[in-house]
Design a protein around this ligand. Structure first.
Ligand code: SF4
Ligand code: SF4
Length: 481
């Protein structure tokens, strides 16, 4: 009989065994559905807080308006980013790069200090899995009820509960997809088009795509995304050191684990504080046993801390058998104060310094940024011609765009050549509304005595008449003869 490739065992030499002895292992493990148990506790409250804080922002922000426009809109069709009253154009891509850089540096700092805080509390995969688990628990019950339902026969009740759960999941996922697309196209228009079924094909595709991704990742794949798909789980160890806070089981205190009679002298029986109740495993959303040591699958959600603390309270042992600690703290028995002192170690200080420099530079650039964009292009057909007055003339087109949400009237002047003159198409003043750039032609004339053969640097000065501080200088060149 032929065997499936995945079923064929592989021979390996155990790391701690002699070289001529092999051990057979299976490379394929069938996925087992997890049924994380609900747990209350200190860290769970923080998780709930972060779920609400992040989701309030995510679902609420696209509906907020500033100056009558969506406060946060990455308008792909217009190629403009509207961020809290500021308008960013494709030329401002550097700010997006700076923002991404700061996010990455912030993640480095937090990871170096507190390990997988991002994964445990704010990562969309964790947050949506948590929400989907709440819905599942609300409809089907906690772990034992869900296991019983799944392993039981197909009854009308089972079909009803599963239908309700999936219906709520799908509605929630579609709303998430809709909100996500609402960051890239005006959400109020998108909503009006959705309810009148006039939504465009691309918008509909992306709403369904992100809705399906949310439903699939948070409802079905769950911990498998963290274990097998997320690259961050793999490279985060580069930011860890022996003083990084990780969630650890205190093996010295917990072992020898085992069940015991209530009130017995367990230490005399050679037992540690772990009563082997497996609650820490039952609450784990990735299905690992933290008592086996730090594992890359651990997302740092701290559910096992809450579970174990509850058990410790019940049996009357001190809390903290599983806790936030560091490798060094466990090894050298550091106090909390020692652990806190080690936060300001060179790696963290260096990451923080680079982050502060990046933040300072970006903030300065934003403050100095002039909310006006000008693009100068010259007439390439006739680089230089002779005007009626005998002067040399070059023609240019100026594209002037407001990068704030106010209309402005601009005055244009030219500097750089002695006695230079200019003639604007449509008059001296250029009126620009917030919505669209204005394209205007300008002819620049120079005395041939001052503009010999070759290129002469000049600059266009564009200044708002209602706000003299709103001014920009655009460099260009005048071709002489
Ligand atoms: S081991 Fe603990 S902290 Fe890690 S994922 Fe499981 S429950 Fe969360
Ligand atoms: S919850 Fe605590 S006591 Fe129970 S098995 Fe886990 S570590 Fe041991």
């Amino acid at each position: 009989m032929s065997k499936k490739l995945a079923d064929i065992p592989v021979k390996v030499i155990p790391a701690d065994g002699p070289d001529d002895e092999y051990e057979e292992i299976q490379l394929y493990a069938k996925h087992k559905k997890l049924y994380p148990r609900w747990i209350n506790g200190f860290w769970n409250k923080w998780r709930i807080f972060f779920v609400f804080a992040t989701q309030l922002f995510f679902y609420g922000m696209p509906w907020a308006t500033i100056n009558g426009r969506q406060a946060l809109l990455f308008h792909l069709a217009e190629q403009k980013f509207y961020i809290l009253g500021l308008v960013f154009l494709p030329q401002d891509f550097i700010y997006l790069t700076a923002l991404l850089l700061m996010c990455a540096l912030g993640l480095f700092v937090w990871t170096a200090i507190g390990g997988r805080l991002w994964c445990g509390y704010s990562c969309p995969q964790t947050v949506y899995t948590e929400i989907f688990l709440w819905i599942e628990k609300w409809v089907e019950g906690d772990r034992p009820a869900r296991m019983k339902l799944d392993h039981g026969p197909l009854t009308a009740r089972k079909v009803r509960l599963k239908t309700i759960k999936h219906a709520i999941w799908i509605v929630f996922a579609l709303w998430t997809g809709f909100t996500f697309v609402g960051y890239f196209t005006p959400i109020r228009t998108l909503w009006a088009e959705t309810i009148t079924l006039t939504i465009g094909p691309w918008e509909a595709f992306w709403v369904l795509f992100y809705g399906f991704a949310t439903y699939g990742n948070a409802g079905w794949l769950r911990e498998q995304v963290c274990k097998y798909m997320c690259p961050y789980a793999r490279f985060q160890s580069a930011m860890f050191d022996a003083d990084t806070l990780v969630i650890s089981y205190d093996a010295e205190r917990g072992e020898q684990r085992g069940r015991r009679q209530k009130g017995c002298d367990y230490k005399a029986e050679g037992l540690g504080d772990c009563i082997d109740c497996t609650m820490c495993v039952q609450v784990c959303p990735v299905g690992i046993d933290i008592r086996d040591g730090l594992q890359y699958e651990c997302i740092g959600c701290a559910a096992c801390i809450d579970a174990c603390d509850e058990v410790m309270d019940k049996v009357g042992y001190p809390r903290g058998l599983i806790r936030y600690t560091s490798d060094n703290a466990l090894q050298h028995k550091y106090t909390e104060r020692d652990i806190i002192k080690r936060i300001t170690r060179p790696r963290v200080v260096m990451y923080s310094l680079v982050l502060l420099i990046a933040m300072g530079a970006t903030a300065t650039a934003l403050v100095l940024r002039q909310p006006i964009k000008v693009n100068v292009s010259r007439d390439r057909v006739a680089l230089v011609r002779e005007a009626d007055n005998g002067w040399l003339e070059n023609s240019y087109r100026l594209q002037i765009e407001n990068a704030d949400e106010a209309p402005h009237s601009y005055k244009v002047s030219v500097e750089g050549l002695p006695g230079v003159k200019w003639i604007m198409e449509g008059g001296e003043h250029v009126k620009v509304t917030p919505d669209a750039p204005v394209d205007v032609g300008i002819r620049v004339q120079a005395d041939p005595a001052n503009a010999g053969p070759g290129s002469h640097p000049i600059q266009f000065v564009i200044q708002a008449e209602d706000d003299p501080k709103l001014v920009t200088h655009e460099k260009s060149s005048f071709i002489g003869r």
